[in-house]
Ligand binder design. Structure first.
Ligand code: GYE
Length: 308
């Protein structure tokens, strides 16, 4: 049961629900699709949406949430840039009696009654899927396989959990070694720059595999790999996460080998949750979005249907 909140009772159909949403940034294609999905779903559901962009800065999220409290919104949704540091602000929302939904990335709080539900992907599982694909793809290679990793934003749930799931899966097999790893902020630009740095190292350090925590960084890395005179997709096997149309096009062109899907189209699920909470219903504490993995063969068939 939801504790600490007065059940709002019968919703008044004349008064639209006001939802404050603190979006964490606009760093990637995934994020753009996520923002668009939330705007569209709010309009469709007749929910008034106040959305702010924190540009990957947690303090800006705090400011946005405080402005929502001052406006006395009906509900607050947060896509948190990092996992830690949320207790104090969530105490403030509780104090104000405003229910909170955590979207996309999660928060590390001891008292989980500080929010109602967390809607988002299973990032650990995404890392597991990426590693399983890689081990299958590389099974005929003998000797040590060197892996480079482009991490996302430091301290963010998707970066932490994708990294953990991947490591846990390769752990038992000593042939797979992550020899280069660095954060690249989930952006294409940083992906290109960090991959360049990796390839400026002596040749024996170059990876056979690249695991990129998102598509944008993988696309940046493809550029850097080409610049270095190598062929992405064959000299270096590339696996990334998200499943954007741009990454599918790269798979069709042979540059990326596999993409683990992470669904950004969370708008409809969020709006449904908002309405249910307003109607006094209880929601599960965790709502996970179902996801797939795509390889080059599937990409050619699927690319025209990609929605983001
Ligand atoms: O994978 C990445 C974005 O939080 C799941 O954030 C999201 C991640 C997504 O920048 O592209």
């Amino acid at each position: 049961l939801i504790t600490g909140y007065e059940p709002p009772g019968e919703p008044n159909p004349m008064k639209p629900i006001i939802l404050g949403f603190s979006q964490l940034g606009s760093e990637s294609t995934w994020r753009e699709a996520n923002t668009a999905s939330i705007k569209e779903a709010a309009a469709e559901a007749g929910i008034t949406l106040l959305m702010t962009n924190a540009e990957q800065d947690q303090n800006k999220q705090f400011e946005a949430i405080r402005s929502f409290i001052r406006r006395d919104v009906d509900m607050i949704a947060i896509a948190p840039v990092v996992q830690t540091g949320w207790e104090a602000i969530l105490e403030e929302t509780r104090e104000a009696g405003i229910p909170v939904i955590i979207l996309d990335r999660s928060v590390n709080v001891e008292d989980s009654s500080l929010y109602i539900t967390f809607i988002g992907s299973d990032f650990y599982e995404e890392g597991v899927k990426a590693a399983k694909y890689m081990m299958d793809r590389m099974r005929h290679h003998s000797g040590i396989i060197q892996i480079a990793e482009l991490q996302g934003t430091v301290g963010s749930t998707p970066s932490i959990d994708r990294g953990l799931g991947f490591r846990k899966t390769i752990e038992a097999n000593g042939n797979y070694q992550i020899t280069q790893t660095k954060p690249a902020d989930f952006t294409q630009k940083r992906g290109r720059e960090v991959m360049r740095e990796f390839l400026q190292q002596p040749k024996e350090k170059w990876p056979q595999v690249l695991f990129s925590h998102n598509d944008d960084m993988a696309i940046g890395a493809v550029e850097a790999i080409k610049e270095a005179g190598l062929k992405p997709g064959s000299d270096i096997i590339i696996i990334s996460v998200d499943g954007t149309r741009r990454a599918f096009e790269q798979m069709v062109d042979g540059n990326i080998n596999a993409v683990v899907e992470c669904n950004p189209l969370l708008g409809p699920l969020l709006m449904q949750a908002v309405k249910e909470i307003m109607a006094g219903r209880t929601l599960p504490k965790r709502m996970v979005t179902p996801e797939d993995i795509f390889t080059q063969e599937l990409a050619a068939k699927e690319v025209e249907y990609r929605k983001y």
